[in-house]
Design a protein. Structure first.
Length: 584
């Protein structure tokens, strides 16, 4: 998995359209003249009037942000009757971006991890397993006419070979435009594809920026071609009895990899992946899909309290000795906490120790006042503790304890939000010997006579246990992340990873691969959070804007083709709201 983060398909706002079904909203948007048709009946039946058809226009290398800056006349006219975005994505991975992979994402409805088109050509592709739109439509609707006119011959050879009519016009976008206009004037296609390449060619020769005169000119010339094609569409003799969905999109953005010195935080920062997407019909309301400026940490987790009567805790009952720290060696223990503002005296919240009392072997994270500490106990010894920063302020913080073997010494370092606490006391625990404890790794309440029950309604998430010391630079660069990235260099040392969210059957899943789940006990409730913080950089929800893989399923649904789960498509459906229903 090569995504920027472990990418869960969060289909926010996803509503599955049944064949012929649609979301009806009582709203109007008539601020621009309708460029394809002027008047429609305003009854609910009008949304299904006419034979459904689709026109696809793909513009290679047209970055969404730069295309918007070029102010293309015809695309901007479409926006008033379209689901549209200048912040679309070809994908959300860290793989290379090529024209071939972009085309394949669009026309198969799956990503490169499935269709396996990862380079500039189609070597070792898996298109037999994940066929294109044209192949699927030939199977599903063999009597339909489909047509593909492309500036790049590879599309015709590999992705549109099953089109009824297919022609390539190498590096001749004008000829592509003419062929599409002729098809619309003389035939009765269900699906037409036009693919233009001049924008990408201009960007590759210069820069992918409207400050480059050639790149901007290519965008505006292609926009002229789009206008001519739409005029030809409206001129069809049968247009009054047809219901066309027009999708105009780019296959990818630039060819420029991000500055390797500046670590990529998410796919939205990668100009190679920035596309635009317009899904147009003269009855659609305008829906602008915009990437957020900030990304909240959103979820649900056990709401913990240290009230002894409730005994709320989670224990890793199957862990055995996995999380023992012994008498030598290096380890790192990390978690995120959200603790209400206040002063607390000695409540434990993460531990591997039978009780928080003197002479009890093991370790414990606990609060003292408004700051956290880690405490180590051993039979016959007093406690040794190393403090961290203040965290009791009702905000999220990442706390990290690094146990580092440094010659004969075994020193402990505490970090809060990636910053080392300047502890000046004795941080060497080598003299405490073997710190193995028979107690399970425990989150939440820990039995002890001195434990304060004042700590209530707090969260612990993103718990990690490594059998090595993480470097200071890694901690500083990664503390804010809320998932474990697949390129984490310490992945082999990760013995336990519990996001700590969404318990199933009273268990919090261990995603390290070891399967040592936390088992929840006591009268716990589930709390939810939706917080923006400078201390957090959660995984964005890339499904909030169109991705290239969305195109294919959007077309299938428009045609009323129910997609079998066996197709394993990656895309989501963007549900239009109609402007001419209920008095629009």
């Amino acid at each position: 998995m090569n995504q920027f983060f472990s990418f869960n398909k969060v289909l926010a706002g996803f509503i599955l359209l049944a064949a012929g079904g649609i979301l009806l909203l009582s709203s109007c948007n008539k601020t621009f003249d309708n460029i394809l048709k002027d008047d429609y009946d305003d009854d609910a039946a009008s949304i299904n009037k006419g034979t459904r058809k689709t026109l696809l226009i793909v513009v290679d290398g047209a970055m969404g942000t730069e295309t918007r800056a070029a102010a293309p006349t015809n695309l901007n006219l479409l926006a008033d009757f379209a689901i549209h975005s200048w912040d679309g994505l070809t994908d959300a991975k860290k793989t290379a971006v090529t024209n071939a992979s972009g085309w394949s994402n669009l026309l198969t409805g799956v990503g490169s991890d499935k269709h396996n088109v990862t380079g500039a050509d189609f070597t070792d592709n898996h298109l037999a397993d994940y066929p294109s739109l044209f192949s699927r439509l030939k199977q599903q609707k063999p009597d339909w006419r489909t047509a593909a006119f492309c500036s790049s011959p590879d599309i015709v050879q590999y992705l549109a070979d099953d089109a009824t009519e297919k022609k390539s016009f190498p590096d001749n976008d004008g000829a592509v435009k003419d062929a599409v206009i002729n098809e619309l004037a003389t035939n009765d296609p269900a699906l037409v594809l036009a693919q233009f390449h001049a924008v990408d060619k201009a960007g590759e020769a210069g820069t992918y920026s409207v400050t480059d005169a050639a790149y901007k000119a290519a965008i505006l010339k292609t926009d002229e071609y789009i206008g001519e094609i739409l005029t030809a569409l409206r001129a069809r003799g049968s247009f009054e009895n047809e219901n066309w969905m027009v999708i105009v999109t780019s296959n990818k953005g630039s060819n420029t990899a991000n500055d390797p010195v500046a670590a990529e935080r998410n796919a939205f920062d990668d100009s190679r992946r920035n596309t635009f997407f317009f899904c147009y019909n003269p009855r659609f309301n305008s829906q602008a899909l915009i990437k957020p400026s900030v990304f909240p940490y959103v979820g649900s987790a056990p709401l913990l309290t240290n009230e002894a009567s409730k005994n709320i805790r989670g224990r890793v009952r199957s862990g055995g000795t996995t999380y023992d720290i012994g008498s030598t060696g290096s380890f790192t223990i990390e978690c995120k906490v959200k603790i209400p503002a206040g002063n607390y005296y000695y409540p434990a919240f993460l531990s591997k120790r039978a009780a928080f009392s003197g002479g009890v072997v093991g370790w414990v994270f606990f609060m003292e006042g408004d700051y956290w500490q880690i405490n180590f106990g051993q039979s016959g010894f007093g406690n040794r503790q190393i403090r961290g920063h203040s965290i009791a302020d009702g905000k999220w913080h990442t706390i990290t304890a690094v146990i580092k073997q440094e010659g004969a010494e075994r020193n402990v370092y505490t970090y809060t939000d990636g910053v080392l606490y300047p502890f000046t006391g004795n941080k060497n625990i080598a003299d405490r010997g073997n710190l193995n404890s028979p107690q399970d790794l425990t989150m939440g309440f820990l039995t002890t006579a001195s434990n304060s029950d004042a700590l209530r309604n707090y969260f612990i998430t993103d718990i990690k246990f490594y059998n090595t010391d993480l470097s200071e630079s890694f901690i500083a660069s990664n503390y804010c992340k809320t998932t474990v990235a697949p390129d984490n260099p310490y992945l082999a040392n990760l013995l336990g990873y519990w996001p700590g969210t969404n318990p199933v059957d009273n268990e919090l899943a261990d995603l390290s691969g070891n399967g040592h789940n936390f088992v929840l006990e006591g009268s716990y409730g589930i709390g939810s959070y939706n917080d923006v913080s400078n201390n957090l950089c959660p995984e964005p929800s890339y499904a909030i804007v169109p991705n290239a893989a969305d195109l294919a399923i959007q077309v299938y649904q428009w045609f009323g083709i129910l997609v079998p789960s066996a197709w394993s498509l990656d895309g989501k459906i963007w549900v239009p709201a109609y402007a001419d229903v209920n008095g629009g």
